[in-house]
Design a binder for this molecule. Structure first.
Ligand SMILES: C[S@@+](CC[C@H](N)C(=O)[O-])C[C@H]1O[C@@H](n2cnc3c(N)ncnc32)[C@H](O)[C@@H]1O
Length: 281
């Protein structure tokens, strides 16, 4: 079976018997079936392209069949995953020291003396949001794809309950709202001086790990709609009462919808286009 991007066939699996209550609740929340998972690799899971695996306080997404674009290694299909929002992972800790963070901080106007409230309107797995919260910003994360939102919520809950005081403190600066950012911002009193946008396409990182993760997430996301959606989202953001809008782009990509930013901050792989509306408080 080949995974067709944008048309997922998903199920929830409890890793251990003790996980079954939470797995059932998650299945009900997302409208997904629960299948037995005592015997991984999964027996009887052939109908599913991927599973959401509940394992203690961890939730991860694991492909069961290879997406067309990941190819094969040594004749064996490479299955993408598991993908999770693990803010305490070595990769996230390493990312803390990455040069890109400094660029992101400058783009949103964060400094030692100023930490603007951010609406991360395209939260995904929350990595950029976490970097901003690590700088001291309070971050409202919006994610409209329910499975990605669930991965993110589990990651945030685990991080907030962590015995690592730094991790718990950063996670508590983050709040997730599941839904379209435009509806969330209109409906609720969301404090935000800066709207941050990271539209998915085109992909900006060619590493094997990121390619695999992208392939898996594309199970859930319909890439065909992304370019015009990014333009709609930017037009919406520029109409809001915020001090600035920041858009993450691949370094050499054109600005979204050709809309020239006030200025940009460019690194090797990514660029942040900054649309200044007024001074930050
Ligand atoms: C490229 S990913 C963001 C990655 C994220 N910056 C990170 O660091 O993990 C884009 C995400 O935005 C979400 N998205 C796109 N448009 C949205 C909208 N209008 N409201 C809420 N979420 C949206 C997609 O479902 C996708 O998960």
């Amino acid at each position: 079976m080949t995974i067709t991007p944008g048309r997922a066939v998903l199920a929830v699996v409890a890793r251990h018997d003790t996980d079954s209550v939470r797995a059932e609740a998650l299945g009900r929340q997302l409208g997904l079936p629960l299948i037995p998972g005592n015997d991984l690799p999964l027996q009887g899971a052939g109908a599913y392209a991927a599973v959401l695996l509940v394992d203690g306080d961890r939730l991860s997404l694991q492909a069961l069949s290879p997406p067309a674009e990941t190819g094969r290694r040594g004749g064996r299909a490479v299955l993408p995953g598991p993908v999770s929002a693990d803010f305490g992972s070595a990769a996230m800790r390493h990312r803390r020291r990455g040069g890109q963070n400094e660029l992101l901080g400058r783009a949103v106007g964060a400094s030692a003396s100023r930490q603007p409230a951010i609406l991360d309107a395209t939260a995904g797995l929350g990595r950029d949001g976490f970097v901003l919260a690590d700088m001291g910003c309070s971050v409202t994360l919006c994610e409209r794809e329910p499975v990605i939102a669930a991965l993110l919520q589990w990651g945030l809950t685990a991080a907030a309950a962590s015995e690592d005081a730094w991790l718990a403190r950063v996670a508590r600066r983050m709040a997730l709202r599941t839904g379209d950012a435009r509806d969330v911002f209109a409906d609720r009193a969301v404090p935000a001086e800066v709207i941050y946008l990271d539209p998915m396409f085109p992909p900006r990182d060619k590493s094997a790990a990121v390619k695999k993760e992208m392939a898996l997430l594309q199970l859930l996301l319909d890439s065909d709609t992304a370019p015009h959606e990014a333009a709609d989202l930017l037009a919406w953001a520029l109409g809001q009462d915020v001090a600035r809008v920041v858009v993450k782009r691949p370094t050499r990509a054109a600005p979204v919808a050709g809309a020239a930013p006030s200025h940009h901050i460019a690194g090797k792989a990514v660029r942040f286009d900054v649309y200044v509306r007024r001074a930050l408080a």
